[in-house]
Design a protein around this ligand. Structure first.
Ligand SMILES: NC(=O)c1ccc[n+]([C@@H]2O[C@H](COP(=O)([O-])OP(=O)(O)OC[C@H]3O[C@@H](n4cnc5c(N)ncnc54)[C@H](OP(=O)(O)O)[C@@H]3O)[C@@H](O)[C@H]2O)c1
Length: 344
């Protein structure tokens, strides 16, 4: 094969607040590669099919943070790729792999980087769409499943409130909590998403932009578990509505990601934690991978195939649209799991 273009999507500079598409990122289509002849040096070459675009990526633009993106280097994130050629028995030509990938069409990997980037061959015996392995059956799904189990410690009959409930993490938490016998309340930012939660997911839900959050929670009743995707006032309001010995899972703080002034962040009602003996714990999904991954892959893709786990996807075609897609996620404009499909 003659050399083919190998475009990539670069991170250029750390934004102070909201990213600026014209300055902070760049689509670079200047490189080429010959996938048939490029040296593998004992490794393997993959062609990327889907890449996940997630809110946590905003944090990776801040210099000095954990796994910070490096200026001049491609974005990285979880994706699905196909092995084109391999010189290692661990990955065979034709395998579909899930793992942490650079935002580019073709990548040559060594075996050490494949391990470091959590590569896992996806057998897909359930025959679900591959993109779902980036959503409810991927990192966001694992976040919901692992966090609910390990930190939420749910018991049938208990109540849970989930913020950003129509997002990928949120829908997994809501549906698994329901499956495990909990009463579930979710909030989201549009009436269309409220309808999805009520009719498709089958839970109580409200629009936090047009309703009083405190009243909506009080109408539902005290909370045994609060799943926090948002931080800020939402977390404060949940805190004053927790039951005795309630558990708060701190999963994300999307309302604060683009607020550069630290004085404008934070919560006030931590005193509630003292006399109610509330436990608030941060969730870091990767800490539970070894413990729960096999259980997760045996459970969740099957639930999807059987129609027991509903999901929505927002698929954008073309690597050049990565920045716009991330902005829509950060602004709450996506209508499902945000996914970049590399080719039409
Ligand atoms: N702890 C971990 O290990 C871990 C791992 C993965 C993800 N996370 C976190 O989990 C959370 C959910 O992730 P996801 O992938 O499922 O994302 P997601 O729900 O698709 O995130 C986008 C949604 O966030 C909401 N949102 C945006 N700006 C907001 C604001 N200012 N205030 C309140 N809500 C806002 C919007 O939904 P609405 O219309 O409902 O507002 C938007 O559609 C994120 O905070 C993410 O960082 C944590």
């Amino acid at each position: 094969m003659a050399p083919v273009p190998n475009p990539r999507y670069l991170f250029l500079a750390s934004p102070a607040g909201w990213p600026d598409l014209s300055k902070d990122f760049q689509y670079d289509d200047s490189r080429t590669i010959d996938p048939d002849t490029v040296e593998l040096n004992g490794g393997f070459i993959t062609k990327t099919q889907f890449l996940s675009v997630d809110p946590y990526m905003r944090g990776r633009m801040n210099a000095g943070t954990f796994m910070a993106w490096q200026p001049g280097e491609p974005w990285t994130g979880f994706g699905i790729c196909e092995v084109l050629r391999s010189e290692t028995p661990e990955f065979q030509k034709g395998d579909t792999i899930y793992g942490h990938l650079p935002f580019e069409h073709y990548t040559v990997h060594c075996i050490e980087s494949a391990h470091a980037n959590m590569f896992r061959v996806i057998k897909n015996t359930e025959n679900i769409p591959l993109s779902v392995y980036l959503g409810v059956a991927g990192l966001p799904g694992k976040t919901g499943y692992y966090g609910l189990k390990a930190i939420g410690e749910p018991k049938a009959g208990e109540s849970i409130y989930v913020s950003t409930a129509a997002g990928v993490v949120g829908t997994v938490v809501c549906q698994i909590a329901k499956e495990w016998g909990l009463r579930v309340l979710g909030s989201t930012g549009s009436d269309e998403k409220v309808k999805f939660l009520q009719e498709d997911v089958g839970i109580d839900a409200f629009n936090y932009k047009t309703s009083c959050v405190d009243e909506a929670i009080k109408d539902f009743g005290g909370l045994d578990i609060y799943w926090d995707n948002v931080g800020a006032e939402m977390l404060d309001t949940a805190l004053i509505n927790m039951n005795h010995r309630g558990r708060i899972v701190i999963c994300g703080h999307i309302a604060e990601y683009n607020v550069p002034d630290e004085k404008k962040r934070g919560i006030k009602h931590t005193w509630e934690m003292v006399y109610k003996e509330i436990r608030m714990q941060g969730l870091y999904v990767f800490s539970y991978e070894e413990q729960y991954a096999d259980e997760f892959y045996a459970t969740v893709p099957k639930m999807v195939a059987e129609g027991k786990l509903k999901y929505t996807e927002d698929i954008t075609v073309g690597l050049e649209h990565a920045g716009e897609l991330l902005m829509s996620v950060l602004k709450g404009q996506n209508t499902g799991k945000a996914i970049l499909q590399m080719y039409p």
